[in-house]
Write a protein that binds this ligand. Structure first.
Ligand code: SAM
Ligand code: SF4
Length: 467
């Protein structure tokens, strides 16, 4: 075990003070903040607090419009798709909101063998997925320990079908030591993701009643150890519903600021999980600080304005309707067709009794892709950046207006073309053809000169074409 660092960068007093001061902010000041956000340099904590305090429906609409504009300028039209892969629901922790908590007798426990992981991956590959997020409870098989995670990553990469394999594995597992993170990096993972659940220390202590996870500081410093170990893309996020969401947003800003100071670069992504019902959990069904749909959308818009170059990730915890709205105002990556029970992809119906929580959007990938395309977004299966070394600060530097569209959109279109040819239903293919034609017509000359030969290569049978 390494020397523990006390996380003083989460300053509760400053958060509380800033939240009180934000109540006095007038409409003119809010409009100034929105104007500043549209310059794409992000926002300070006090400005985030001011936006969080807005209740006027007209001003909220202005906030959404600003977020839409920022999203379009930084990310263009693409929306990246992925699937989670739950490899084990065994856990030694007692997080009161999670079905996998150790003492929960209502859950059927399962840890997938490497063969079972390969079987799950084959199902995801047949659906068309290229990106997977490996997820596990904090308990690995006795004989293997953490090596189980490394073996699982290796199995995922090695499993292929006639049409190739998974091209990027991200990982969401319990905090590791720097040495373990080095091993994870050597296993060639894309991003390491971990949610603080709540940045509010007292709430954190209340909802984490047993196990390693009780240690707030060990958890909140996990992404720093990952970065120290050379993992340049990290993902963070609170679990909304445990404490006041305004507090969480400001603490998140402090966390990001701290990473920027220390590493010259903040997180690659922020996720916005919201508490969902879970078997054997009262807290999950009755969140102490439930976030309404209206506030949830506001959170997404504020984050888009505050950290314009950071990816925002939406899961299938949310309903199709919320997901649709969220793509417009900030979300840049989303899961689709997800199961949260180990072995769930091989089953016809998901098994809620071994799932982590109830999924809000059960639609298969093909249906989500069709809808995303019909909305005018390019469903992207791109994994180019991390394989081309565009990670960490290099990615952030590229994620400036006008720059990413010469990489992201071409790669989105070539991987989408591949999806349409290899996996799509006839209806999705029709919607996709129309979207590709519209996108090509909208592109400037330089973009077209990049994309046209890429699409020709995919049409000619090449796969994994990217710039
Ligand atoms: N066990 C590891 C950990 O806790 O860090 C790995 C991740 S855990 C399987 C995935 C995430 O699911 C947690 O970090 C938490 O934010 C989220 N989660 C747990 N219970 C949930 C619930 N009832 N509704 C929504 N999300 C939940
Ligand atoms: Fe275990 Fe993670 Fe669930 Fe907590 S959130 S009980 S650590 S799986």
């Amino acid at each position: 075990m390494q020397k523990e660092v006390k996380a003083q960068f989460i300053d509760s007093e400053q958060i509380d003070k800033t939240l009180v001061q934000s109540q006095a902010v007038d409409n003119a000041c809010v409009r100034d903040i929105l104007a500043k956000a549209k310059e794409l340099h992000g926002l300070e904590m006090a400005e985030v607090a001011a936006l969080s305090a807005v209740t006027d429906p007209g001003l909220i609409e202005e906030m959404f419009a600003a977020a839409r504009q920022v999203k379009q300028e930084i990310y263009g039209s693409r929306l990246v798709l992925f699937a989670p892969l739950y490899v084990s629901n065994r856990c030694t922790n007692e997080c009161t909101y999670c079905a996998f908590r150790a003492r929960n007798q209502e859950v059927t426990r399962r840890t997938l063998t490497q063969d079972e992981i390969a079987a799950e991956i084959r199902v995801l590959l047949e659906q068309g997925h290229k990106r997977v997020l490996l997820v596990a409870g904090e308990s690995y098989p006795d004989k293997e320990g953490f090596n189980y995670v490394l073996k699982s990553v290796d199995t995922i990469y090695k499993t292929t079908t006639g049409r190739g394999g998974i091209r990027r594995v991200n990982v969401n597992v319990a905090p590791l030591t720097v040495e373990q993170f080095r091993e994870l990096k050597a296993a060639d993972i894309g991003a390491y993701q971990i949610f603080q659940e709540t940045y509010h220390r007292e709430t954190y202590a209340r909802v984490h009643v047993a196990g390693m996870k009780r240690n707030y500081d060990w958890r909140v410093t996990a992404v720093e150890r990952a970065m120290e170990a050379g993992i340049r893309d990290v993902g963070i996020g609170p679990l909304f519903g445990l404490a006041d969401w305004r507090y969480e947003l400001l603490a998140l800003m402090q966390h990001i600021h701290h990473l920027e100071l220390r590493f010259g670069c903040g997180p690659h992504t922020i996720s916005v999980p919201r508490l969902e019902p879970a078997v054997g959990s009262e807290v999950a069904s009755h969140p102490p600080h439930a976030v309404s749909d209206a506030d949830f959308l506001k959170i997404i818009a504020i984050l888009r304005l505050a950290v314009p170059s950071t990816g925002l990730v939406m899961s299938t915890r949310e309903s199709a309707e919320i997901r649709r709205k969220s793509y417009q105002i900030g979300i840049s990556q989303t899961s689709a067709g997800s199961r949260t029970d180990p072995g769930g992809y091989e089953e016809v119906e998901g098994d809620f009794h071994s799932s982590q929580f109830q999924v809000g959007d059960n639609r298969p990938l093909d249906e989500v892709v069709r809808e995303v395309a019909a909305m005018g977004f390019i469903p992207s299966f791109c994994t180019a950046c991390y394989r081309s070394g565009r990670t960490g600060k290099d990615f952030m530097d590229l994620a400036k207006p006008g720059a990413i569209k010469y990489n992201c959109e071409p790669n989105a279109l070539s991987t989408f073309r591949e999806y349409l040819d290899d996996y799509a239903s006839p209806e999705t293919r029709a919607a996709g053809e129309q979207l590709i034609a519209e996108q090509l017509a909208k592109m400037d000359g330089r973009q077209q000169r990049i994309v046209t030969p890429m699409l020709a290569r995919v049409n000619g049978g090449q796969r994994d074409v990217f710039v």
